[in-house]
Design a binder for this molecule. Sequence first.
Ligand code: SF4
Ligand code: SF4
Length: 267
Amino acid sequence: MNEANIPPVQLTHDSKFKFDCHEGLSCFTTCCRGINITLTPYDIIRLKNRMQITSDEFLAVYTVPQMLQKTDLPVVTLKLLDDERESCPFVREDGCIIYSDRPTTCRYYPLGVGSLSNKEQQSQGFYFFVNEPHCLGFEEDREWTVDEWRKDQGVDVYDEMNAEWTDLIVRKRSIPSNIRLTEKTKNMFFTASYDIDRFRRFVFESSFLDLYSIDKQMVEKIREDEIELLKFGFRWLKWLLFKEGDFQMNEAAVEARRQKMNSQSQA
Ligand code: SF4
Ligand code: SF4
């Protein structure tokens, strides 16, 4: 089937399609150039660990900051090379050099995700074909359902990791656009979402653990496990943005801090 014949329909978990992608196709790796890939928090964790660098270093070298439309929230996209074809920094003639840690968008391709709502995606799902004329994979005979493709590409795991984060974005999008976030809140959203190493320092090296009443077991869990820290960050962002969830301020510590700041400003 030629991509020009593919109708622009909403696909659900059980929708079937024919597709295959492999070395030897004349289009091989053309889809890794001139692209726009928004990275998710779990993408960053996988990529920075793959490259054995910190999240701050990964963000500085490999990403471009953006504001996500209709949300007032900062996100990052993958920075392309400044070559003629605007190549992904990880593409080579024989394929992707970080394939087993490639981002969510690469795993979904040639599918796109029509809704960020975790609830909607868990029910019937909302996907579509990214119809790009250069992609010859639709002419291959291998048949998939959308869910078979997601599992094969490992993107079901990525979706689960990012579910609470995408729900935050959906919630924020539904709030009137004239309700603006402070710069401090946007910075916190960026740090907890993307810069896990900085977020760890923020939690363990600032007064954070004094200001919030956090269960000791949870503190140990997030100290030892990066994924637990990421999920903790999503829950904290939910509290920060919508005042929802099980976070509780330690009022005595908040008051002591307020008094200290007052006395410093009067000195
Ligand atoms: S990360 Fe890999 S799969 Fe994704 S665009 Fe780059 S080279 Fe292609
Ligand atoms: S353009 Fe399509 S078929 Fe070709 S390499 Fe990319 S995903 Fe595979």
